[in-house]
Design a binder for this molecule. Structure first.
Ligand code: HEC
Ligand code: HEC
Ligand code: HEC
Ligand code: HEC
Ligand code: HEC
Length: 216
Protein backbone atom coordinates (compact mmCIF):
# COMPACT_ATOMS: atom_id res chain seq x y z
CA UNK A 1 0.00 0.00 0.00
CA UNK A 2 1.42 3.38 -0.97
CA UNK A 3 1.52 5.89 1.80
CA UNK A 4 -0.82 8.82 0.95
CA UNK A 5 -0.32 10.70 4.16
CA UNK A 6 2.95 11.45 5.81
CA UNK A 7 3.59 10.32 9.41
CA UNK A 8 3.29 13.89 10.61
CA UNK A 9 -0.18 14.20 8.99
CA UNK A 10 -1.18 11.17 11.01
CA UNK A 11 -0.14 12.67 14.32
CA UNK A 12 -1.71 15.95 13.22
CA UNK A 13 -5.03 14.09 12.78
CA UNK A 14 -4.70 12.52 16.21
CA UNK A 15 -3.94 15.90 17.67
CA UNK A 16 -7.04 17.41 16.05
CA UNK A 17 -9.27 14.61 17.33
CA UNK A 18 -7.86 14.99 20.81
CA UNK A 19 -8.45 18.76 20.59
CA UNK A 20 -12.03 18.25 19.47
CA UNK A 21 -12.69 15.88 22.36
CA UNK A 22 -11.23 18.41 24.81
CA UNK A 23 -13.42 21.20 23.42
CA UNK A 24 -16.50 18.95 23.64
CA UNK A 25 -15.76 18.06 27.24
CA UNK A 26 -15.17 21.73 28.10
CA UNK A 27 -18.45 22.78 26.47
CA UNK A 28 -20.39 20.07 28.33
CA UNK A 29 -18.72 21.02 31.61
CA UNK A 30 -19.53 24.70 31.08
CA UNK A 31 -23.14 23.81 30.26
CA UNK A 32 -23.28 21.74 33.43
CA UNK A 33 -21.89 24.63 35.49
CA UNK A 34 -24.48 27.01 34.04
CA UNK A 35 -27.36 24.59 34.65
CA UNK A 36 -26.05 23.98 38.17
CA UNK A 37 -25.37 27.64 38.96
CA UNK A 38 -27.31 29.02 41.92
CA UNK A 39 -29.07 31.43 39.56
CA UNK A 40 -30.50 28.74 37.30
CA UNK A 41 -31.49 26.71 40.35
CA UNK A 42 -33.23 29.88 41.59
CA UNK A 43 -31.24 29.75 44.82
CA UNK A 44 -31.29 33.02 46.79
CA UNK A 45 -33.78 34.62 44.39
CA UNK A 46 -36.88 35.97 46.21
CA UNK A 47 -40.02 34.72 44.50
CA UNK A 48 -42.91 36.99 43.45
CA UNK A 49 -46.11 36.01 45.26
CA UNK A 50 -49.80 36.95 44.79
CA UNK A 51 -49.62 38.53 48.27
CA UNK A 52 -46.26 39.91 49.45
CA UNK A 53 -46.25 37.73 52.57
CA UNK A 54 -43.29 38.51 54.81
CA UNK A 55 -41.76 35.97 57.19
CA UNK A 56 -39.60 38.84 58.40
CA UNK A 57 -42.72 40.62 59.71
CA UNK A 58 -44.67 37.60 60.92
CA UNK A 59 -41.85 35.44 62.32
CA UNK A 60 -39.01 37.89 62.98
CA UNK A 61 -41.25 40.78 64.07
CA UNK A 62 -44.37 39.20 65.59
CA UNK A 63 -42.66 36.00 66.73
CA UNK A 64 -45.30 33.61 65.34
CA UNK A 65 -44.19 29.95 65.54
CA UNK A 66 -43.70 28.06 62.26
CA UNK A 67 -46.28 25.48 63.36
CA UNK A 68 -49.05 28.09 63.66
CA UNK A 69 -49.06 28.17 59.86
CA UNK A 70 -47.13 25.09 58.73
CA UNK A 71 -49.22 22.79 60.89
CA UNK A 72 -48.25 19.43 59.37
CA UNK A 73 -44.48 19.84 59.29
CA UNK A 74 -43.87 17.56 62.31
CA UNK A 75 -46.39 14.90 61.40
CA UNK A 76 -46.30 14.49 57.67
CA UNK A 77 -43.93 14.27 54.73
CA UNK A 78 -45.34 17.57 53.45
CA UNK A 79 -45.12 20.97 55.18
CA UNK A 80 -48.40 22.62 54.24
CA UNK A 81 -48.83 26.23 53.17
CA UNK A 82 -51.47 27.76 55.49
CA UNK A 83 -55.09 28.06 54.40
CA UNK A 84 -56.53 31.57 54.00
CA UNK A 85 -58.56 31.08 57.18
CA UNK A 86 -55.31 31.17 59.21
CA UNK A 87 -54.45 34.60 57.79
CA UNK A 88 -57.98 35.81 58.50
CA UNK A 89 -57.62 34.89 62.19
CA UNK A 90 -55.75 38.18 62.39
CA UNK A 91 -56.47 40.02 59.16
CA UNK A 92 -60.25 40.10 59.54
CA UNK A 93 -59.42 42.77 62.16
CA UNK A 94 -55.85 43.91 61.50
CA UNK A 95 -55.11 45.72 58.25
CA UNK A 96 -58.65 44.67 57.30
CA UNK A 97 -58.92 47.20 54.47
CA UNK A 98 -55.34 47.13 53.21
CA UNK A 99 -55.29 46.77 49.39
CA UNK A 100 -52.25 44.53 49.74
CA UNK A 101 -54.47 41.99 51.49
CA UNK A 102 -57.29 42.08 48.92
CA UNK A 103 -56.30 38.70 47.38
CA UNK A 104 -56.54 37.21 50.90
CA UNK A 105 -60.05 38.61 51.44
CA UNK A 106 -61.10 37.56 47.97
CA UNK A 107 -59.87 34.02 48.59
CA UNK A 108 -61.78 33.99 51.89
CA UNK A 109 -64.99 35.22 50.21
CA UNK A 110 -64.83 32.83 47.26
CA UNK A 111 -63.27 29.83 49.00
CA UNK A 112 -60.65 29.65 46.22
CA UNK A 113 -57.14 29.15 47.66
CA UNK A 114 -54.38 31.66 47.01
CA UNK A 115 -51.99 30.36 44.36
CA UNK A 116 -48.62 30.68 46.06
CA UNK A 117 -45.56 30.19 43.89
CA UNK A 118 -43.49 27.21 45.01
CA UNK A 119 -40.08 28.23 46.33
CA UNK A 120 -38.39 24.92 47.16
CA UNK A 121 -39.33 22.32 44.59
CA UNK A 122 -37.58 18.98 44.16
CA UNK A 123 -38.01 16.99 40.94
CA UNK A 124 -40.84 14.41 40.96
CA UNK A 125 -38.40 11.48 41.13
CA UNK A 126 -37.01 12.52 44.53
CA UNK A 127 -38.71 11.44 47.73
CA UNK A 128 -38.51 13.83 50.66
CA UNK A 129 -40.09 13.73 54.11
CA UNK A 130 -40.33 16.65 56.54
CA UNK A 131 -41.41 14.85 59.72
CA UNK A 132 -38.42 12.46 59.61
CA UNK A 133 -35.96 15.36 59.48
CA UNK A 134 -37.75 17.53 62.01
CA UNK A 135 -38.08 14.65 64.49
CA UNK A 136 -34.38 13.73 64.15
CA UNK A 137 -33.11 17.16 65.11
CA UNK A 138 -32.56 18.83 61.74
CA UNK A 139 -33.46 22.51 62.09
CA UNK A 140 -35.66 24.39 59.60
CA UNK A 141 -32.87 26.96 59.25
CA UNK A 142 -30.32 24.27 58.29
CA UNK A 143 -32.22 23.73 55.03
CA UNK A 144 -34.23 26.95 54.63
CA UNK A 145 -31.85 29.55 56.05
CA UNK A 146 -32.91 32.54 58.17
CA UNK A 147 -36.55 32.57 57.08
CA UNK A 148 -37.23 35.12 59.84
CA UNK A 149 -35.14 37.63 57.84
CA UNK A 150 -36.86 37.10 54.50
CA UNK A 151 -39.29 39.86 53.37
CA UNK A 152 -40.15 37.52 50.47
CA UNK A 153 -39.22 33.85 50.65
CA UNK A 154 -36.30 32.43 48.70
CA UNK A 155 -34.58 29.06 48.38
CA UNK A 156 -31.56 29.14 50.67
CA UNK A 157 -29.92 25.75 49.95
CA UNK A 158 -28.86 24.28 46.59
CA UNK A 159 -31.14 21.21 47.06
CA UNK A 160 -28.85 19.13 44.87
CA UNK A 161 -28.26 15.44 45.47
CA UNK A 162 -24.72 16.21 46.63
CA UNK A 163 -26.12 18.62 49.21
CA UNK A 164 -28.54 16.01 50.61
CA UNK A 165 -25.83 13.34 50.65
CA UNK A 166 -23.30 15.56 52.40
CA UNK A 167 -25.55 15.62 55.46
CA UNK A 168 -26.67 12.00 55.14
CA UNK A 169 -22.99 10.98 55.21
CA UNK A 170 -22.11 13.23 58.16
CA UNK A 171 -25.30 13.94 60.15
CA UNK A 172 -23.25 14.66 63.30
CA UNK A 173 -22.11 17.93 61.73
CA UNK A 174 -25.67 19.27 61.52
CA UNK A 175 -28.09 17.76 64.04
CA UNK A 176 -29.22 19.86 67.00
CA UNK A 177 -31.31 19.13 70.11
CA UNK A 178 -34.94 18.50 69.09
CA UNK A 179 -36.22 21.44 71.14
CA UNK A 180 -34.12 23.77 68.94
CA UNK A 181 -35.50 22.62 65.57
CA UNK A 182 -37.81 25.63 65.12
CA UNK A 183 -35.36 28.15 66.53
CA UNK A 184 -34.08 30.59 63.92
CA UNK A 185 -31.10 31.97 65.84
CA UNK A 186 -29.66 28.71 67.20
CA UNK A 187 -25.93 28.57 66.58
CA UNK A 188 -24.05 25.26 66.77
CA UNK A 189 -21.78 25.09 69.85
CA UNK A 190 -17.99 24.84 69.42
CA UNK A 191 -18.21 21.15 70.36
CA UNK A 192 -20.79 20.42 67.61
CA UNK A 193 -19.14 17.16 66.54
CA UNK A 194 -19.19 15.73 70.09
CA UNK A 195 -22.77 16.92 70.64
CA UNK A 196 -23.75 15.71 67.15
CA UNK A 197 -22.31 12.23 67.79
CA UNK A 198 -24.26 12.00 71.06
CA UNK A 199 -27.51 13.10 69.38
CA UNK A 200 -26.96 10.74 66.44
CA UNK A 201 -26.89 7.81 68.84
CA UNK A 202 -29.64 9.19 71.10
CA UNK A 203 -32.01 9.78 68.15
CA UNK A 204 -30.94 6.52 66.43
CA UNK A 205 -29.87 8.34 63.29
CA UNK A 206 -28.44 6.17 60.53
CA UNK A 207 -26.37 7.30 57.59
CA UNK A 208 -28.93 6.80 54.81
CA UNK A 209 -27.06 6.90 51.49
CA UNK A 210 -28.55 4.04 49.46
CA UNK A 211 -30.26 5.22 46.28
CA UNK A 212 -33.63 3.81 47.30
CA UNK A 213 -33.80 6.17 50.31
CA UNK A 214 -34.60 9.09 48.02
CA UNK A 215 -35.43 7.40 44.70
CA UNK A 216 -38.23 4.91 45.27
C1 HEC B 1 -48.23 33.55 59.55
C2 HEC B 1 -48.04 32.34 58.81
C3 HEC B 1 -46.64 31.76 58.66
C4 HEC B 1 -45.69 31.52 59.63
C5 HEC B 1 -45.77 31.81 61.11
C6 HEC B 1 -44.58 30.89 58.97
N1 HEC B 1 -44.84 30.77 57.63
FE1 HEC B 1 -43.66 29.93 56.22
N2 HEC B 1 -44.99 30.42 54.76
C7 HEC B 1 -46.20 31.06 54.96
C8 HEC B 1 -46.83 31.33 53.67
C9 HEC B 1 -48.15 32.04 53.45
C10 HEC B 1 -45.95 30.83 52.69
C11 HEC B 1 -46.13 30.87 51.16
C12 HEC B 1 -45.58 32.16 50.61
C13 HEC B 1 -44.08 32.18 50.56
O1 HEC B 1 -43.46 31.28 50.02
O2 HEC B 1 -43.50 33.15 51.12
C14 HEC B 1 -44.81 30.26 53.41
C15 HEC B 1 -43.73 29.66 52.80
C16 HEC B 1 -42.66 29.08 53.48
C17 HEC B 1 -41.56 28.40 52.85
C18 HEC B 1 -41.38 28.20 51.36
C19 HEC B 1 -42.31 27.12 50.87
C20 HEC B 1 -42.01 26.69 49.45
O3 HEC B 1 -42.81 27.01 48.56
O4 HEC B 1 -40.95 26.10 49.26
C21 HEC B 1 -40.72 27.99 53.84
C22 HEC B 1 -39.43 27.21 53.66
C23 HEC B 1 -41.28 28.43 55.09
N3 HEC B 1 -42.46 29.07 54.83
C24 HEC B 1 -40.68 28.21 56.31
C25 HEC B 1 -41.16 28.73 57.50
C26 HEC B 1 -40.46 28.62 58.76
C27 HEC B 1 -39.14 27.91 58.96
C28 HEC B 1 -41.23 29.24 59.70
C29 HEC B 1 -40.92 29.43 61.18
C30 HEC B 1 -39.62 29.99 61.49
C31 HEC B 1 -42.40 29.77 59.01
N4 HEC B 1 -42.31 29.44 57.68
C32 HEC B 1 -43.42 30.48 59.60
C33 HEC B 1 -46.74 31.37 56.17
C34 HEC B 1 -46.10 31.28 57.39
C1 HEC C 1 -51.11 36.30 64.44
C2 HEC C 1 -51.65 37.33 63.58
C3 HEC C 1 -51.36 37.29 62.08
C4 HEC C 1 -51.52 36.24 61.21
C5 HEC C 1 -51.99 34.84 61.53
C6 HEC C 1 -51.19 36.75 59.89
N1 HEC C 1 -50.81 38.06 59.98
FE1 HEC C 1 -50.25 39.25 58.41
N2 HEC C 1 -49.86 40.76 59.71
C7 HEC C 1 -50.11 40.76 61.08
C8 HEC C 1 -49.71 42.03 61.63
C9 HEC C 1 -49.81 42.43 63.11
C10 HEC C 1 -49.22 42.81 60.57
C11 HEC C 1 -48.60 44.20 60.62
C12 HEC C 1 -47.12 43.97 60.74
C13 HEC C 1 -46.29 45.19 60.77
O1 HEC C 1 -46.66 46.18 60.15
O2 HEC C 1 -45.23 45.11 61.39
C14 HEC C 1 -49.36 41.99 59.36
C15 HEC C 1 -49.02 42.41 58.08
C16 HEC C 1 -49.27 41.74 56.92
C17 HEC C 1 -49.06 42.25 55.58
C18 HEC C 1 -48.60 43.63 55.19
C19 HEC C 1 -47.36 44.09 55.83
C20 HEC C 1 -46.15 43.34 55.44
O3 HEC C 1 -45.38 43.81 54.63
O4 HEC C 1 -45.96 42.24 56.00
C21 HEC C 1 -49.39 41.24 54.72
C22 HEC C 1 -49.35 41.28 53.20
C23 HEC C 1 -49.82 40.11 55.52
N3 HEC C 1 -49.73 40.44 56.85
C24 HEC C 1 -50.24 38.89 54.99
C25 HEC C 1 -50.59 37.80 55.75
C26 HEC C 1 -50.95 36.51 55.20
C27 HEC C 1 -50.99 36.17 53.73
C28 HEC C 1 -51.23 35.69 56.25
C29 HEC C 1 -51.62 34.23 56.20
C30 HEC C 1 -50.65 33.34 55.60
C31 HEC C 1 -51.04 36.47 57.46
N4 HEC C 1 -50.64 37.74 57.13
C32 HEC C 1 -51.25 35.98 58.74
C33 HEC C 1 -50.62 39.69 61.79
C34 HEC C 1 -50.92 38.44 61.30
C1 HEC D 1 -33.55 18.44 55.57
C2 HEC D 1 -33.92 19.70 54.98
C3 HEC D 1 -35.20 20.36 55.41
C4 HEC D 1 -35.61 20.68 56.69
C5 HEC D 1 -34.92 20.36 58.00
C6 HEC D 1 -36.86 21.39 56.55
N1 HEC D 1 -37.19 21.48 55.23
FE1 HEC D 1 -38.83 22.37 54.45
N2 HEC D 1 -38.34 21.73 52.59
C7 HEC D 1 -37.19 21.03 52.28
C8 HEC D 1 -37.25 20.61 50.89
C9 HEC D 1 -36.18 19.80 50.17
C10 HEC D 1 -38.48 21.09 50.37
C11 HEC D 1 -39.03 20.87 48.96
C12 HEC D 1 -39.83 19.57 49.01
C13 HEC D 1 -40.35 19.11 47.68
O1 HEC D 1 -40.22 19.79 46.68
O2 HEC D 1 -40.92 17.99 47.67
C14 HEC D 1 -39.15 21.79 51.47
C15 HEC D 1 -40.37 22.42 51.39
C16 HEC D 1 -40.98 23.12 52.42
C17 HEC D 1 -42.26 23.79 52.33
C18 HEC D 1 -43.16 23.81 51.13
C19 HEC D 1 -44.18 22.68 51.21
C20 HEC D 1 -43.56 21.32 51.04
O3 HEC D 1 -43.64 20.50 51.99
O4 HEC D 1 -42.99 21.05 49.98
C21 HEC D 1 -42.49 24.38 53.55
C22 HEC D 1 -43.70 25.21 53.96
C23 HEC D 1 -41.37 24.04 54.42
N3 HEC D 1 -40.48 23.28 53.70
C24 HEC D 1 -41.27 24.43 55.74
C25 HEC D 1 -40.35 23.90 56.64
C26 HEC D 1 -40.36 24.14 58.08
C27 HEC D 1 -41.35 25.02 58.82
C28 HEC D 1 -39.33 23.42 58.61
C29 HEC D 1 -38.91 23.28 60.06
C30 HEC D 1 -39.90 22.73 60.95
C31 HEC D 1 -38.68 22.74 57.50
N4 HEC D 1 -39.32 23.05 56.33
C32 HEC D 1 -37.57 21.91 57.62
C33 HEC D 1 -36.16 20.76 53.13
C34 HEC D 1 -36.21 20.88 54.50
C1 HEC E 1 -28.79 18.63 57.45
C2 HEC E 1 -29.01 17.22 57.35
C3 HEC E 1 -29.88 16.64 56.25
C4 HEC E 1 -30.10 17.13 54.98
C5 HEC E 1 -29.55 18.40 54.35
C6 HEC E 1 -30.96 16.19 54.34
N1 HEC E 1 -31.27 15.17 55.18
FE1 HEC E 1 -32.51 13.60 54.76
N2 HEC E 1 -32.22 12.87 56.65
C7 HEC E 1 -31.43 13.46 57.62
C8 HEC E 1 -31.57 12.70 58.85
C9 HEC E 1 -30.86 13.02 60.17
C10 HEC E 1 -32.46 11.65 58.59
C11 HEC E 1 -32.94 10.57 59.56
C12 HEC E 1 -32.06 9.37 59.40
C13 HEC E 1 -32.60 8.17 60.15
O1 HEC E 1 -33.82 8.07 60.31
O2 HEC E 1 -31.80 7.32 60.55
C14 HEC E 1 -32.86 11.79 57.19
C15 HEC E 1 -33.72 10.93 56.54
C16 HEC E 1 -34.13 11.05 55.22
C17 HEC E 1 -35.03 10.16 54.54
C18 HEC E 1 -35.63 8.89 55.12
C19 HEC E 1 -37.10 9.01 55.30
C20 HEC E 1 -37.70 7.67 55.62
O3 HEC E 1 -38.86 7.50 55.28
O4 HEC E 1 -37.01 6.82 56.19
C21 HEC E 1 -35.20 10.65 53.27
C22 HEC E 1 -36.07 10.07 52.16
C23 HEC E 1 -34.39 11.84 53.16
N3 HEC E 1 -33.77 12.05 54.36
C24 HEC E 1 -34.30 12.59 52.01
C25 HEC E 1 -33.54 13.74 51.90
C26 HEC E 1 -33.43 14.51 50.68
C27 HEC E 1 -34.08 14.18 49.36
C28 HEC E 1 -32.62 15.57 50.98
C29 HEC E 1 -32.18 16.68 50.08
C30 HEC E 1 -33.22 17.40 49.34
C31 HEC E 1 -32.23 15.44 52.37
N4 HEC E 1 -32.79 14.32 52.89
C32 HEC E 1 -31.41 16.33 53.03
C33 HEC E 1 -30.66 14.57 57.48
C34 HEC E 1 -30.61 15.39 56.35
C1 HEC F 1 -30.35 11.77 50.25
C2 HEC F 1 -31.14 11.67 49.06
C3 HEC F 1 -30.56 11.03 47.81
C4 HEC F 1 -29.90 9.83 47.71
C5 HEC F 1 -29.52 8.86 48.83
C6 HEC F 1 -29.64 9.63 46.30
N1 HEC F 1 -30.13 10.70 45.58
FE1 HEC F 1 -30.09 10.88 43.54
N2 HEC F 1 -30.98 12.72 43.70
C7 HEC F 1 -31.35 13.33 44.88
C8 HEC F 1 -31.87 14.65 44.58
C9 HEC F 1 -32.38 15.65 45.60
C10 HEC F 1 -31.81 14.80 43.18
C11 HEC F 1 -32.30 16.01 42.37
C12 HEC F 1 -31.38 17.17 42.46
C13 HEC F 1 -30.19 16.95 41.62
O1 HEC F 1 -30.36 16.71 40.42
O2 HEC F 1 -29.05 17.02 42.15
C14 HEC F 1 -31.24 13.57 42.65
C15 HEC F 1 -31.01 13.33 41.29
C16 HEC F 1 -30.54 12.13 40.79
C17 HEC F 1 -30.39 11.84 39.37
C18 HEC F 1 -30.76 12.75 38.23
C19 HEC F 1 -29.55 13.27 37.56
C20 HEC F 1 -29.05 14.53 38.11
O3 HEC F 1 -27.92 14.56 38.67
O4 HEC F 1 -29.76 15.53 38.01
C21 HEC F 1 -29.90 10.58 39.27
C22 HEC F 1 -29.57 9.81 38.00
C23 HEC F 1 -29.70 10.08 40.63
N3 HEC F 1 -30.12 11.04 41.52
C24 HEC F 1 -29.19 8.83 40.95
C25 HEC F 1 -28.91 8.40 42.23
C26 HEC F 1 -28.22 7.15 42.54
C27 HEC F 1 -27.72 6.15 41.50
C28 HEC F 1 -28.14 7.06 43.90
C29 HEC F 1 -27.46 5.99 44.75
C30 HEC F 1 -26.03 5.86 44.57
C31 HEC F 1 -28.80 8.25 44.44
N4 HEC F 1 -29.23 9.03 43.39
C32 HEC F 1 -28.96 8.52 45.79
C33 HEC F 1 -31.28 12.79 46.15
C34 HEC F 1 -30.69 11.57 46.47
Amino acid sequence: MPQYFSRSANSFARFTILGAVCVLVAVCWLGYLIVRSPYEMMQNVPREQPVPFSHEHHVGGLGIDCRYCHTTVEKSSFANIPATKICMNCHSQMWATSPMLEPVRESYRTGKSIEWTRVNDLPEFVYFDHSIHVNHGVGCATCHGRVDKMPLTWQAAPLTMEWCLNCHRHPERYVRPRDQVFSMDYTPPPNQIALGKRLVSEYHIQSLTSCSTCHR
